[in-house]
Design a binder for this molecule. Structure first.
Ligand code: FMN
Length: 399
């Protein structure tokens, strides 16, 4: 099949191998999960979950766990939240010193704990504050540039996969061969539904002002803060940002991408330069691989079979144990099996009923330790737990 040329995504001097980004999803997109997605291929950039700069600077265990990365987990965006320019600037410096390829400011989180302190999407209600915050962080990043050798490490890690990723990301270095870590911002369309429907969304204006102060790219989740995660993503709202920015910086579209064609459609209908995928990846970590193939006009690789999915889940579980310990791995695998199970649903060839892997989920839910989890996978692989059962509520639920 013919291979189509797809424009690469450049965030400042950092060129990504694909225009597909793994979203920050607090509590889910940890180092182990990012690695799983990267191993399938197609991930141009992955991001940490939102990080508290105060927590990083104080060295609290939770913040350090969340910020954990390694040489394979590159390129990596580290996302900070907050509203105090000095603390955010120091947090950004910390991120540079601890492996970030990109620093991102969260301007989209709708959660009270964050917005009550003027962070996250509360910044959409005070554009002056948002722009000054970003400008202060850009200036701080300029003070701590990285040399060519370090940039080589920050951009590496993207592997050539069967899906045909043709190149690794790259970095263009100027004469001084020393460049700062670029800043991006992730936002929603605006705070209120009324503003959005009246044509007064602030995101186009904000994106343009952020470009003026040196932000190299913006991600736009096509919902308002009031929508939280309900309703349908508004592609027209993303398109307005693309139009207003006029190609000065790339705009990354985000929201409701569950299948490769959703991403293709988002790019076509909004003109955005890249697509960020969140919840879709939780059940389908190979979605980046498949989407990249679709974008390149290539055949979409075959879906991993149950044996491959089981091997992936085991590997994910073992990486969580290695990076975060058994307690964390056990808690996570119990919640995550429901997500992976969504892609193990099928039609029973005999009865025609829609069935899922309830017995496997149940065995993992009652597992007391890691050995039990592996026994559950062994039994599933041996067909002992392979009794597919009718799909229950949890299998069709979401985060
Ligand atoms: C449980 C949960 C946690 C999230 N955590 C973050 C976060 O830490 N930072 C952020 O910018 N967005 C966060 N998001 C928003 C996602 O990054 C993304 O913008 C949103 O889910 C829409 O994309 P999707 O439909 O592909 O999931 C979170 C979303 C969910 C559901």
């Amino acid at each position: 099949m013919a291979t189509r040329e797809v424009a690469t995504l450049k965030l400042g001097h950092v060129e990504l191998a694909t225009p597909l980004l793994l979203a920050p999803i607090a509590g889910y997109c940890d180092l182990a999960f990012r690695t799983v997605c990267r191993e399938y291929g197609g991930v141009g950039l992955a991001c940490t979950d939102l990080l508290s700069p105060q927590g990083l600077l104080r060295g609290t265990a939770t913040s350090l766990d969340l910020a954990r990365t390694n040489e394979v987990d590159k390129p990596i965006g580290m996302q900070l939240y907050g509203s105090d320019p000095e603390i955010m600037a120091q947090g950004a410096r910390w991120a540079v010193e601890h492996g970030a390829t990109i620093v991102d400011i969260n301007m989209g989180c709708p959660v009270d704990k964050v917005t009550k302190k003027d962070g996250g999407s509360a910044l959409l209600t005070n554009l002056d504050r948002a722009v000054k915050l970003a400008e202060r962080v850009v200036r701080e990043l300029e003070k701590c540039p990285l040399d060519a050798e370090e940039w080589g490490k920050r951009i590496g890690g993207v592997r050539r996969q069967a899906s045909g990723i043709g190149h690794q990301g790259s970095v263009s270095l100027g004469a001084s061969s020393s460049r700062p870590v670029p800043l991006t911002c992730k936002m929603r369309l605006c705070w209120s539904d009324a503003d959005y429907h009246a044509g007064n969304a602030c995101s186009p204006h904000l994106a343009r002002m952020l470009a003026d102060v040196g932000v190299v790219g913006v991600t736009v989740h096509g919902r308002t803060t009031e929508m939280k995660f309900s309703g349908v993503v508004q592609l027209a709202g993303i398109a307005r940002v693309v139009e207003e920015v006029g190609g000065r910086i790339p705009v990354i579209g985000n929201g409701d991408v569950r299948e490769p064609e959703d991403a293709v459609r988002m790019m076509r209908e909004t003109g955005c330069n890249g697509v960020m995928i969140g919840r879709g990846a939780l059940s389908t970590p190979w979605l980046f691989r498949d989407t990249w193939s679709a974008m390149c006009g290539e055949a979409i690789p075959s879906t991993p079979d149950d044996a491959e999915k089981t091997a992936m889940m085991r590997r994910y579980f073992e990486m969580m144990r290695e990076y975060r310990g058994d307690h964390y791995a056990m808690t996570q695998i119990r919640r995550r099996i429901a997500w992976f199970a969504k892609r193990m649903i099928r039609k029973d060839p005999v009865t025609g009923r829609i069935v899922g892997v309830k017995p496997l989920k149940e065995a993992i839910r009652v597992a007391v330790g890691p050995a039990d989890v592996h026994v559950a996978f062994d039994r599933f692989a041996a067909g002992e737990l392979n009794q597919f059962a009718e799909v229950d509520e949890a299998e069709s639920g979401s985060v």
